[in-house]
Design a protein around this ligand. Sequence first.
Ligand code: BES
Ligand code: ZN
Ligand code: ZN
Length: 506
Amino acid sequence: MRVKPDFRKFHEVDAEALCVSLFEGEGLEDALLRELDQRLRGVLAAALTSGEVKGKFGETLYVPTMGALAASRVLFVGAGKRSEFTFDTIRQVAGTAARFLRQRGIRSMAILRRSTLELSRSAQAAVEGVLLGLFDPGTYKTQEKEERTIEEVRLVAEGESEAEMQRGIERGLILAKATNFARNLVNEPASVLTPLELARRAEDMAARYGLDIEVLDEARMKELGMGALLGVARGSDEPARLIVLRYIPEGDEAFLRRLPTIALLGKGITFDSGGISLKPADGMEQMKYDMAGGAAVLGALRAIAQLRPKIKVLGLVPTTENMPSGRAQKPGDILRTMSGKTVEVINTDAEGRLILADAITYARQLGAQTIVDVATLTGACVVALGSVYAAIFGNDQSLVERVIAAGREAGEKLWPMPLDPEYREQLKSPIADLKNVGGRKAGAITAAYFLKEFAEETPWAHLDIAGTAWLEENKPYLASGPTGMGVRTLAHFVCQEAQRGSPEHS
Ligand code: BES
Ligand code: ZN
Ligand code: ZN
């Protein structure tokens, strides 16, 4: 797909369809809408008067131009209240339009700028909306597969700056493609995407984008004392891996030495059967998405490699299946984690926190000064926040706020949750330092608390994306299935931290 800026007047833009957002309750006060309506001989005025369109969010009105404009059709898309218009509205309008037009066989679309929000970020949001909207999860369909595609997108902004527009387009393409890369990984069945295959795809990605990568095998994990990760892996015939990606910006040694290191960690359970604490059959097929956090980290590292922020980044993805077998770990088993802390396994289905515990310890050993992990960690998080917000936890208020801000920029909603020391009580074990579950109450919090024990003094934040990594139903601009949740938040966060730490900033 090609994306180009177009600085002509809207009526000169010769795409198959021109998309125009409409705000709720607006008439023809705006000079641009008035001119558009005149050229279309009052079609818009008529539709507004009759109430056929009101500018309500997600509404569409599709009209042929019959030669009145260079574009052969106009698609009006409701954008909701002007006062609530944000970059995310642009993303959603663009995504809605792209999906609507593809379904009707349109190959070239143009999007008209209708706000005064910052140009480059607006262009970026529009590009993201289109690419995210067009993601097709029907990978294995042999019939009714979506063959049609939008080949060209023009962003129409008369008289605006080319450089700024190009910058936004570039960033939008990078972030949206990285998100769709993660969505593809999440969408793969567990028979295809085993831990070895996930590691192989990480290697391909790293080679393509110039990242360093090291993949630790089980022998190496054993040497490092990663008893928690290995404990989970025991039940599976597929060997476990720990993927370690490294992004280092350009610069001489002295410069690099002064740069901080951020570690991004993602849960990479390629299938979560629950292990000996087996899950019920109903819905178990969904547990292929239990590596969505890992995919988000791979996607984020891919974007970071292209955006080139001045900061060092580690990407860690512990990956294994969680399976029952004659060799699987059992409830009551004791694990010795890499940190030295011991864990009583009460429920083998609480495996995410086990593999992340060792990854957190390893990240600290590798010199991470800040850790952000992303995981489909608990069903309790789905109960608490549904599929709208992901939960965020942390041991450092400022870090949590910075990640929430990055999420806002990315269009990914994060809601802060408490981690007061009182919750530690629920993780007390009579036989070991911790148990791996904290009972029925506050399940998302006790899971996060477990991780906090391993972060120790390192500033750390945790995103529970169990409810947001996979959509059961289509949203107007997003197909049901994997969302790529976390990719853009992590990428923005890293870029933001690089700005924060840079000499120009201080
Ligand atoms: N992968 C699941 C969490 C999950 C649930 C993700 C639903 C996506 C959708 C996790 O490993 C798990 O099984 N957690 C248990 C923990 C419990 C045993 C304390 C849960 O949430 O039920
Ligand atoms: Zn589980
Ligand atoms: Zn799991």
